[in-house]
Design a protein around this ligand. Structure first.
Ligand code: PLP
Length: 366
C-alpha cells in the first residue's frame, strides 16, 4: 500500500507517534482464560444484562444517548455533585481529554515510569515531553525522585494509583503534598483499580481543586467491552474538560449498563473483596511457596518473573491461558497476570505446577 506521508501533511506528533496495538487482536479471547488485560473475568451481573436487553427491546438504539441520570448515579457513588462528573468513553478517553486540555507542543508531563502506556503515547501525539521518573527497586514508588522532578515545574502531574503495569500503590499523603505544593498545576490521579484498593483522593477534591480523578467501569464493574469511564474533579474543571469531549461519546448501552451496575453495587463489592482477600492471596502464596519471584502490587493483577518468561507465556497460551509478557526494560523477564475467578486460578496453578517441573516456570534465582 502506498504511504500517505509524502503528500498529506500529518502533524509531526502523529508521524512520530505509535499506535497502541492490543496484544491479542484477532484472537477469540472467549476461548481462553483472559488474564492479559486486567479485566474482570466473572459473568456480568444478571441485572445489568437484563437492563441492556430491556433497553434494546423496548427503546431500540435509534436515539442519541442521554447521560444525565448516569452522571447523577456516578456522583452519588463518589459522594460528589453531578457537576463534578464527566462520563467518558472508557478512562482511555478520560486520559485523552485531560492531556489534550493541558498539554501542547513542548509542554511537560511528569509521571513515574513505566506508566500505563496510553499516557505516554497520548503525550507523544501532542508533542509534549514525558518526564518519566523510574520506579525504584522492587517497583516501589520513587517518592524522592518524583519530588525532585517537581522542581522542573511540569505542566501536568500524573499519579497512577495503583499503577499498571507495576501494581505500585502511592501514599495518599504524598498525593496530597503534591497537590498542595503545586496548586496551579493539574494533578491527575488515575484510580482505574479503585474498587480493589478502596483508596481514593476524591475526598481531597474539596480542598485541592487542581486534583483530577479518573476512574473506569472496565475493571471491577466487568464492562470493558462497553467503554465507560469518568472524570471526577472540581465543577469548573469539569466545565472546561467537557468542551474537549464530544456530546455523545458515551453510548446508550454503556449509560444503561452503568446505571444498572451502580444500582447493584454490592455485586461489585463482593467480587472485588473475594478477589483481593481470597483468590489473589491464594495465587500469590502458590508462587511464593515455589520460590517464583512475584510482585503482588495493590490491584487485581500480579507480576511474575519465571526462569524463562517467553516459554512460560507460550506454554500457558497453549493451555488456553492468556497472560501479558512485559516489554519495559525495568520489567524484563516478567509477565503480568490478572486474577480471575477461583476456578480459573486453580486451573492456572495446575498448569503452572507442570511448568515448575520443566524448569521454565521455576524461579529465576537458582
Ligand atoms: C491505570 C489504567 N488506567 C486506565 C485504563 C483504561 O481503562 P479503560 O479505557 O478500559 O477504562 C487502564 C486499563 O488497563 C489502566 O490500567
Amino acid at each position: 500500500m502506498p504511504t500517505a506521508e509524502p503528500h498529506l501533511r500529518f502533524r509531526p506528533g502523529i508521524l512520530a507517534g505509535a499506535a497502541y496495538v492490543p496484544p491479542s487482536a484477532g484472537l477469540d479471547r472467549g476461548e481462553y482464560i483472559r488474564l492479559d488485560l486486567n479485566e474482570a473475568t466473572g459473568p456480568l451481573s444478571p441485572a445489568v444484562a437484563e437492563a441492556i436487553a430491556r433497553h434494546v427491546r423496548d427503546r431500540g438504539i435509534y436515539a442519541y444517548p442521554d447521560e444525565t441520570e448516569l452522571r447523577g448515579a456516578i456522583a452519588a457513588y463518589c459522594g460528589v455533585s453531578a457537576e463534578q462528573i464527566l462520563p467518558t468513553n472508557g478512562s482511555d478517553q478520560a486520559i485523552d481529554v485531560c492531556l489534550r486540555a493541558f498539554l501542547g507542543p513542548g509542554d511537560t508531563m511528569l509521571v513515574a515510569r513505566p506508566e500505563f502506556a496510553i499516557f505516554g503515547l497520548t503525550a507523544d501525539l501532542l508533542q509534549a515531553r514525558t518526564l518519566g521518573v523510574p520506579y525504584g527497586p522492587d517497583l516501589a514508588f520513587p517518592y524522592d525522585a518524583f519530588r525532585a522532578a517537581l522542581a522542573e515545574r511540569p505542566d501536568l502531574i500524573v499519579v497512577i494509583n495503583p499503577n499498571n503495569p507495576t501494581g505500585t500503590p502511592v501514599d495518599i499523603t504524598f498525593i496530597e503534598e503534591v497537590a498542595r505544593d503545586n496548586p496551579t498545576t493539574p494533578v491527575i490521579v488515575d484510580e482505574a483499580y479503585y474498587e480493589f484498593t478502596g483508596v481514593t483522593v476524591v475526598p481531597l477534591l474539596a480542598t485541592y481543586p487542581n486534583l483530577i480523578v479518573l476512574r473506569t467501569f472496565s475493571k471491577a464493574f466487568a464492562m470493558a467491552g462497553l467503554r465507560l469511564g469518568y472524570v471526577v474533579a472540581h465543577e469548573a474543571v469539569i466545565g472546561q474538560l467537557a468542551k474537549v469531549r464530544k456530546p455523545f461519546d458515551v453510548n446508550a448501552l454503556a449509560v444503561v449498563a452503568g446505571r444498572a451496575q451502580l444500582a447493584h453495587i454490592d455485586d461489585v463489592r463482593i467480587y472485588a473483596k473475594t478477589l483481593m482477600e481470597v483468590v489473589k492471596p491464594t495465587t500469590v502464596a502458590f508462587f511464593e511457596r515455589h520460590g517464583v519471584p512475584i510482585w503482588p502490587g495493590a490491584a487485581n493483577f500480579v507480576l511474575v518473573r519465571p526462569r524463562d518468561c517467553a516459554a512460560v507465556v507460550a506454554a500457558l497460551r497453549a493451555e488456553r491461558i492468556l497472560v501479558r509478557p512485559m516489554s519495559a526494560p525495568a520489567l524484563s523477564g516478567m509477565f503480568r497476570m490478572g486474577i480471575g475467578t477461583e476456578a480459573e486460578m486453580a486451573r492456572v496453578m495446575e498448569v503452572y505446577a507442570g511448568l515448575l517441573a520443566t524448569g521454565a516456570g521455576a524461579g529465576s534465582e537458582p
